[in-house]
Design a protein around this ligand. Structure first.
Ligand code: ZN
Length: 105
């Protein structure tokens, strides 16, 4: 699975960058979303489903920024819950029609 290089959120481009093991070791995080630079960093060493969850998680942070929400503590809790539940929905083979429909595929 190849990590995408960009995501468009409400018409704005966010760059997606793959980070290396040393970044993961330093930050102890699988991903980061920089709202100032509109840059999402992703560590892919955790495997497919963790990487997908992380990418969705960071995209939700980008959505949060674009919607001009704030208050960091609440943001982390909401984004974390939403990314995990959405990945669960997308991974359930019984939802294939819903996922394809939402993706426009
Ligand atoms: Zn987060």
């Amino acid at each position: 699975m190849i990590l995408p290089t960009e995501v468009w959120v409400m018409g704005h481009r966010w760059e997606i960058i793959k980070v290396e093991q040393d970044w993961f070791d330093d930050t102890d995080a699988y991903g980061n979303c920089c709202s100032v630079k509109r840059k999402i960093q992703i560590f892919t060493g955790g495997g497919g489903s963790i990487t997908r969850d992380t990418l969705l998680h960071e995209i939700l942070h980008a959505c949060w920024t674009m919607l001009a929400f704030n208050e960091k503590e609440e943001e982390e809790r909401v984004v974390n819950s939403l990314s995990s539940i959405l990945i669960g929905i997308m991974d359930d083979p019984r939802n294939i029609n819903v996922v394809r429909f939402i993706a426009g595929k």
